[in-house]
Design a protein around this ligand. Sequence first.
Ligand code: B12
Ligand code: SF4
Length: 489
Amino acid sequence: MRVLLISANREQIPDPIFPLGLAYIAAAARLQGHSVQVADLCFGRRPLDEVCRHIHDFRPDAIGVSLRNVDNAAYPRTVDYLELHRQLIDTLHDCGDAPVILGGSAFSILPEAYMQTLRGDWGVRGEGEQVFCHLLAALQAGQSAIAVPGVIAPPGEQADAAPFVTPLKDPVSWGSGLRPARSLFDYARYVRRGGMGNVQTKRGCMFKCSYCTYPLLEGRHFRCREPRDVVDELQQLMCDYGQHPVFFVDSILNFPRGHLEAICEEILRRRLKLRWSCYATPVKLDRNQARLMALAGCDGIELGTDAVDDGQLQRLGKSFDAGVAERANRYCAEAGLKVCQTVLFGAPGETRHSIRTTCEALRRMNPTAVVAMTGVRLYPGTPLTQTLLSQGRVNQDDIGLLPAFYIEPAVASFLPAYLQQQALQAGNWVLPGLAAPILPRSQRLLRGLGISGPLWRLLQQRWMRRFNRLRFNQPNTSWGVPSQRRKVV
Ligand code: B12
Ligand code: SF4
């Protein structure tokens, strides 16, 4: 079959992100003998014209669309991408009659809502390599894809007219040795514009943080690649595209114990000069791990600490306490690793006291940067959403494509001014909900100057902190002007 794969993501903040998931889908489809073409809409000025041209020239038998982001998950400066997605799917139907198959993380978080709102013919929830190929095989054989496990049919295919998810019995095994088909894309342009490539070393997460979608997207068990296979891919990447920093896109890189260590040891054994960064958990992050990471080229980790207050950590379902969080930060600093602490304010149970405790601890810890989110984006299926639903504090209708955020009422009016003040004092804070993390012009300038890797690393510089403070020195006592499409529950 001729298969056109479209990456719909045009978000450039904090960087343009290479569509790794779609590159995996492309590789899997090619392996099954399909002829694959890619339309990556990230950079072009007229994305809809671009897809029409592709359809006209290539005449695909099936079209796969990757939807990465529902919205930017930031409150109150919420940016949501639904209108762009709607226009794209409508255009695909107007330009031809190939079936349109939706997939990607945004789609997988809200498959029913997307099927109801967009005119997709089929959908694939979760990881798509196998399911997409089975779906194509069914279409090729002229059969209905409704019985293919993991496939989501549109409303109307079922008697009750609701979208129907065919459940997957087990997490699909991740084909080892499959390499993302980067050569079908302009990967080098992402490296130029963002400075970071991406590699995945495992899928899944066994932790149960209350608000988090990652276990829903990737499964609750870690499925690790062979460390040697990971390092082969890294080595090939540097060979094909030159030296460039890489982000490991795992939910958390430093768990389960032993996996990250084996990758670092393999990098060291081959004497590779790499620069990489990752998400990590403070759980079991010890001196040895931090030291190994630093030796193997890690130049920044984003620690998903969320809070440095025992009560709040417990309510968020985190598997560590404030002491562990502080120690992990210290071990990283001792090893010379740059650390970005990501924290979350306003979750259920938050009090002025817990907010102050976290802020005081962050001052003591003195990380390179702090990214603080205000309010928790509610997604279907997370432990937090389930609890709020069962307590009758939110309605099922609240949880959907319209971005909904929970902010603890007791602190809602206190938070914006307090966080703004913290950001102003510290100089190394980023508040994505209250001020744009970076302006596109500054981002392009920094990348143009050859600065690569995560930009939060720059916040260790005094001049950058002074510059960063400028965005917080207007007194702010409210949430400001919220974007039109979002709600607080
Ligand atoms: C790593 C990561 C980042 C890194 C990326 C670094 C880099 N250079 O790659 C950073 C920190 C920069 C980042 C930024 C953002 N991210 Co992010 N990120 C992730 C994370 C953890 C992994 C993404 C990834 O690469 N996965 C690996 C690939 C292989 O998987 P995949 O893309 O999902 O593809 C698979 C399936 O989805 C499916 N599939 C994909 N496409 C298609 C197409 C078809 C046709 C089919 C059938 C199947 C299919 O098959 C693929 C292979 O199995 C996910 C969470 C998660 N666990 O998925 C969040 C996630 C994607 N991010 C998210 C968000 C919101 C953002 C930001 C908007 C946050 C912000 N406010 O800045 C920005 C947007 C940046 C941008 N330009 O788009 C959300 C998106 C959903 C949502 N809530 O809207 C996620 C899901 C996390 C969440 N909150 O739930 N992110
Ligand atoms: S927040 Fe991190 S550790 Fe917790 S469930 Fe999500 S990915 Fe796992």
